[in-house]
Write a protein that binds this ligand. Structure first.
Ligand code: G3I
Ligand code: 9MR
Length: 566
């Protein structure tokens, strides 16, 4: 029996090897949507065909010879994109190499690879994008190459805006990362994003080695990811008032022009102080405190003290939302529900201190186990908490541990069900500002489900979703700058726009399709469909900006896949 199978495989191989190469009349077809980086040998390998009447496909190698053939499945109309969709699957073909998909003997896709270590470079770039966002220090040529630049924003004498509660003096609050395409620094978004990546290093402390990123700290004996996160954590730590409350943001009064950081000419202010910023600060510093204990014990102690002090402030100030004052128009990151922020802070404080009062808080104040889409800086804090708890189940009472486990798997199951019924084999039907982060957060949830259950279907789901980011989507773009065949060239990112270099700085996830098109006065969208409401123009801040909290889940998902697939 075994011999017959071998014979069969060998004859197919010979059949393919003897054929004459195909004559391709059209390459880089926009109608074939695939992961433009490719697939790990062991991965699910799917692609999408839109608006073409075809029933089968071939995979061709670099000599244009067919190495695999398969049938397409008709998936029907996708209302979000207005396309007739079919899909192909060549999961069983796992021979490393460079290939294209071929339709009708003549129409070929962008090239892709089947290989080990598929995401290594893209992952490193996605982390290094944070280095390029560093405030208050130059990007030297030895680390930044052509993207070298002078230091911007010393932020050593920031003025207090009255909304901070202070009217005199200045705050020294240097360093940290710029939030996005703008040069602001915002505590809630910083904390959420660092928290998501701390979730990664709690699971895989060695995911990124020392030296992998070529940053100034490379070679110091500490993982470059840990070093990069510490640059932001030190800034976060500087934003606490003496009474324990944490300022909301450090920005100018308004967004400035598309100029380099070093040319920035607006006064920088410390603005607001509220419950969300204080609790998110408490959470991420408690989380970091336990993880950095062996790296810098005195910093770790300081971080925990600051975290506890912040918690105390929040307990006395349970409902202080932040709203932009009349004279301020930089990012608002509005939120007026704090139960999830309390839950995240209590979670991290409990895991780090093991003090029972925090676990009691969690048990007495349960929150819905859900993934609430959009605005992850406010909606995903709960998931950060769940992920930390799932990774420290041994510290929890049995009831809490088992309900979290069951709830996570049923959340993951609901995502899988959506994938199975969606023509693109993804789980997102709603396209809002930063939709790419919604989709990556869904993939992150599936990675966590795989981690706690070991079930392959969750990993498959995470890969199906992640393929979307690299081109299996209704726009055909690969959304990580510098990667893929159809690249984002004009992100709404001030340094990329102002540096005079054609290629944008690599490693940034663009916001993605946004049905609400809040920037439609600045740009002309070409489609009415939500999943196509994206435009690669610098002016499109609502679909083509970059942002800390959009890169963070990309880092988690790619690093997770690298760990389990490579
Ligand atoms: O969800 C509602 C939807 O129900 C409603 O129909 C629609 C109508 O316009 O609005 C939707 O809400 C939008 C929300 O994003 C959804 O995510 C808001 O209009 C929109 O204003 C809001 O945009 C936020 C944007 O800042 C403007 O405040 C983005 O979420 C947020 O990610 C973005 O964050 C900015 C920072 O402020 C500054 N730094 C860059 C960063 C990224 O763009
Ligand atoms: O450039 C700003 C971007 O960094 C912000 O995230 C975005 C959020 O509202 O706003 C952009 O600034 C725009 C402003 O909001 C409206 N007028 C056009 C500005 C961009 O040119």
């Amino acid at each position: 029996m075994k011999n017959t199978v071998y014979l069969f495989i060998a004859s197919i191989f010979i059949l393919f090897a003897c054929q004459t190469p195909k004559t391709i009349t059209k390459t880089d077809s926009e109608n074939i949507r695939l992961n433009q980086l490719g697939y790990y040998p062991a991965s699910v390998k799917q692609f999408i065909i839109v608006d073409m009447n075809v029933s089968d496909f071939d995979i061709i190698n670099e000599e244009n010879k067919v190495v695999f053939s398969g049938e397409l499945t008709q998936n029907g109309l996708w209302e979000a994109s207005g396309e007739e969709v079919s899909s192909g699957d060549f999961t069983v073909f796992n021979e490393p190499g460079k290939y294209r998909i071929l339709l009708n003997d003549s129409v070929a896709s962008y090239p892709f690879e089947i290989k080990d270590n598929l995401y290594e470079e893209a992952l490193n770039a996605a982390i290094k994008s944070y280095y390029f966002q560093r405030a208050s220090m130059p990007i030297d040529e030895s680390y930044g190459g052509i993207y070298k630049r002078a230091a911007g924003h010393p932020d050593d004498k920031c003025l207090y805006h009255p909304s901070s509660g202070k009217t005199t003096g200045t705050l020294n609050s240097p360093g940290g990362w710029y939030d996005a395409g703008d040069y602001g620094k915002y505590i809630v978004n910083a904390s959420l994003s660092v928290g998501q990546m701390l979730n990664l290093i709690e699971i895989y402390p060695d995911a990124i080695s020392d030296g992998a990123l070529n940053i100034p700290e490379s070679g110091n004996g500490v993982s470059d990811l840990w070093d990069e996160l510490k640059y932001e954590l030190d800034w976060i730590l500087s934003m606490q008032d003496d009474d324990g409350g944490v300022y909301f943001k450090l920005t100018a009064l308004h967004f400035g022009g598309f100029i380099m950081p070093e040319d920035y000419n607006l006064d920088r202010y410390i603005i607001g102080k509220g419950t969300a910023s204080t609790l998110n600060f408490a959470a991420v510093l408690a989380q970091a405190s336990r993880l950095y204990q062996n790296i810098d014990s005195s910093w770790s102690e300081k971080a925990l003290e600051a975290s506890k002090k912040a918690w105390k402030w929040a307990v006395l100030n349970t409902d202080v939302p932040f709203k932009n004052p009349k004279d301020v128009s930089t990012g608002e990151y509005g939120d007026d529900i704090f139960s999830d922020d309390f839950y995240w802070a209590a979670t991290e404080l409990y895991i780090t201190t093991r003090e029972e009062t925090y676990q009691t808080y969690l048990t007495e104040n349960p929150i819905e186990y859900a993934h609430k889409l959009t605005d992850s800086w406010k909606s995903f804090v709960r998931n950060n908490a769940f992920h930390s708890l799932l990774d420290n189940k041994n510290l929890l009472n049995e009831e809490l541990a088992s309900s979290l486990n069951a709830n996570h798997l049923s959340l993951a199951e609901s995502i899988i069900e959506k994938i199975d019924t969606n023509p693109y084999r993804i789980a997102l039907e709603q396209y809002e500002w930063g939709s790419n982060s919604d989709i990556l957060n869904q993939a992150m949830i599936l990675c966590m489900a795989h981690r706690i259950s070991g079930e392959e279907k969750y990993l498959t789901g995470a890969e199906q979703i992640n393929d979307y980011i690299f081109g299996k989507n209704a726009t055909g773009y690969s959304f990580l700058t510098g990667y893929g065949s159809k690249q984002v060239m004009f992100p709404h990112h001030r340094p990329s726009g102002a540096d005079g270099i054609d290629m944008p700085i690599p490693g940034f996830i663009a916001g993605g399709p946004n049905a609400h098109k809040q920037d439609k006065q600045n740009v002309t969208y070409t489609s009415e469909f939500p999943a196509k409401a994206y435009i690669d123009e610098q002016a499109s801040f609502a679909s083509n900006e970059v942002c800390l909290n959009w890169n963070a889940p990309a880092v988690f998902v790619m690093a997770y896949l690298q760990q389990v697939r490579k």
